[in-house]
Design a protein around this ligand. Structure first.
Ligand code: HPA
Length: 235
C-alpha cells in the first residue's frame, strides 16, 4: 500500500501499461488481459493486473499532466518494484509531417514543465529519452501489425489550453512532432531509478488544422496502440 495506490505486495506486475484515463485502464484490462484483478481504486485512478500471453502485466491510470503522472510512476517504481513502463496516450500534432490518427513513439521529450528545473537547477536542460530496447521493440511490433509508426520527439506541456502557437511553431521547426502532457516526467523518473520507459501516442488532434478525431476513431486508434504496447511490454 502506497499513498496513492492501494495495492498489496505482489499485486502489481513488474511491467505496467500507463493510460492517462483510468477508464481506459479498465478497458485495456477487460479487453486484453486474462484473469484481470483490480488492485486499486484510490481517487478512482484504477489499476489492474492480469496476464497477456501468459505474462503478468498491470495497467494503471495516471491522470493528466506531469504532477499527476509523476506520483503514479514514482510509486509504481519505488513501492511496487515496477521495472518497465509504457505510456499509451493521445497527442496533438504540431507539424504538417504528422496526420490525424498517426501513431508516434516518443524518442525524447522537451518540456515547459518546471519539474526538471526543480530537480537539476535552472542551468541544466536535461534531455529525457526513451529506453532504446523498448523503442526498437515498439517499432518492430508496429511494423509486424502493419501500423506505420513515426518515431520522433514530443513536447510535454504543462497547460492544455495555452497561447503558445509561436513556441509550438519553433518546436516543430526543430523536429518536434506533437504535444502531450506526461512524457518528460515519465522518462526522467524512470531514468533516475534505472527503470525502462516508453511513450506511444495516437494523434487525436491536429493543432495546425484544428482537426479532431471522432470518438470512434479514438477508440480504434487506441485499440491498435494498446495492442502494440502490450506486445512490446511482454516481448
Ligand atoms: N495538447 C496536449 N495534450 C494533448 C493534446 C493537446 O492538444 N491533444 C491530445 N493530448
Amino acid at each position: 500500500m502506497s499513498i496513492h495506490i492501494s495495492a498489496g505486495p505482489g499485486d502489481v506486475a513488474d511491467r505496467v501499461l500507463l493510460p492517462g484515463d483510468p477508464l481506459r485502464a479498465r478497458w485495456i484490462a477487460e479487453t486484453f488481459l486474462t484473469d484481470a484483478k483490480e488492485y486499486t481504486t484510490v481517487r478512482n485512478m484504477l489499476g489492474y493486473t492480469g496476464t497477456y500471453h501468459n505474462i503478468q502485466v498491470s495497467v494503471q491510470g495516471t491522470g493528466m499532466g506531469m504532477p499527476s503522472a509523476s506520483i503514479y510512476v514514482h510509486e509504481l517504481i519505488n513501492d511496487y518494484g515496477v521495472r518497465t513502463l509504457i505510456r499509451v496516450g493521445s497527442c496533438g500534432a504540431i507539424t504538417p509531417d504528422v496526420e490525424l490518427r498517426d501513431v508516434i513513439a516518443a524518442i525524447g521529450s522537451s518540456t515547459d514543465s518546471a519539474m526538471n528545473r526543480v530537480r537539476f537547477g535552472a542551468q541544466i536542460d536535461y534531455a529525457p529519452v526513451a529506453d532504446f530496447d523498448l523503442l526498437r521493440g515498439a517499432v518492430d511490433q508496429a511494423a509486424g501489425r502493419g501500423v506505420p509508426m513515426r518515431v520522433g520527439q514530443v513536447f510535454a506541456a504543462d497547460a492544455f489550453y495555452h497561447n503558445q502557437d509561436e513556441t509550438y511553431r519553433q518546436l516543430a521547426e526543430h523536429g518536434v512532432l506533437a504535444v502531450e502532457m506526461e512524457t518528460a516526467a515519465l522518462y526522467t523518473i524512470a531514468a533516475r531509478h534505472r527503470a525502462r520507459a516508453l511513450t506511444i501516442l495516437t494523434v487525436s488532434d491536429h493543432l495546425l488544422t484544428d482537426q479532431h478525431s471522432t470518438a470512434e476513431e479514438r477508440e480504434r486508434g487506441f485499440h491498435a496502440m494498446a495492442q502494440i504496447g502490450l506486445d512490446t511490454i511482454v516481448a
